[in-house]
Design a protein. Structure first.
Length: 54
């Protein structure tokens, strides 16, 4: 999954949801999570790779 822009998450929402093993998230943009009930990236699986570059 590639995320290149700006992602704002609020109101108990999820920015990115991934289900499955061996997922790859490549985030080259910005991500803001504004409240404790919200989740930036939710991964339900094993062996995920998350790469943040700004």
């Amino acid at each position: 999954m590639n995320q290149d822009g700006t992602l704002d998450v609020s109101g108990g929402g999820h920015g990115i949801d991934i289900t499955g093993d061996s997922a790859t998230v490549d985030n080259k943009g910005g991500m803001t999570v504004t409240d404790p009930d919200s989740i930036g990236i939710l991964i339900d699986g094993d062996k995920a790779i998350v790469d943040f570059q700004q």
